[in-house]
Design a protein around this ligand. Sequence first.
Ligand code: SF4
Length: 304
Amino acid sequence: MTPGVRLDADLEVAVSTLRPALVRARGRLRRDLPWIGVGDPWAVYVAEVMLQQTSTARVLEPWRRFLDLFPTPAACAGAGLDEVLRAWRGLGYPRRAKALHDAARLMVERHEGRVPSSVPDLLALPGVGSYTAHAVASFAFGERVAVLDTNVGRVLARALANRALTPREARDLAAALLPRRGAAAFNQSLLDLGAQFCTATPRCGTCPVARCCRWRRDGGEDPAPRSAAVSRPQGSFAGSDRQIRGRLLRLLEEAARTRGDLHRELGDVDAARLERLLEGLVGEGLVSVLGSRLVLGTARRPSR
Ligand code: SF4
């Protein structure tokens, strides 16, 4: 039993059954991810920020490119936001790139150019939520803390509870499941299980822990979609504000442009909508106004 965490008897049994099964299945579950075991907290930090809203497969190449350009927090902090946004290409949700840039500057100012190791210090950085703080503390520093993302949320709801969990229950279950030793490797196995087998459409027939899964044993409606920490499906990307924001940033990556240029080049987009999206980009600090032109990043550092 985990101190401070009270589980009912059925959950206690489920936790004590799944924990060793996951440890045994580690070899079968393990994905070959380049940021695992590199001993570089910045590399882990960058990976976890990129993974917040982007799939692992789409992160691999931009992660390498980003670290080649900015191998340390100081290198990132010393670059212009326009350079960081260019390096972010292909990942989407560019607010994360600005947050990463801001976080690198704080690491230089407050943490001697290092990624902080404690969950509270990590949570104080821009763009870092509970999952990212716990993942970096665990994978970069070996802290014994549980990670809880949508992959883990599905496993907890299906394999342990066979019901939708509240946020508190999901947190408690994730903490209770953690072994005394080897927490980072265990967290990785849990993520690997959720990413490869316990997916939105689960692959129970080949799942290495199927024998101790309550949903598999007892059946019923899939509890995962209504459970805490499990993300809801996103709307279509085509034609979305996200897609148009991406098109605007791509154009500004090439060169500064006037509003008139952008309206002409995105002539298929309603003018009022385009203005609203441009204002949003300016308000978030991703685009700046320099005279009659709009530039990528901050106006004080012109694009190369
Ligand atoms: S048996 Fe199916 S539902 Fe249960 S943990 Fe494995 S993949 Fe998930």
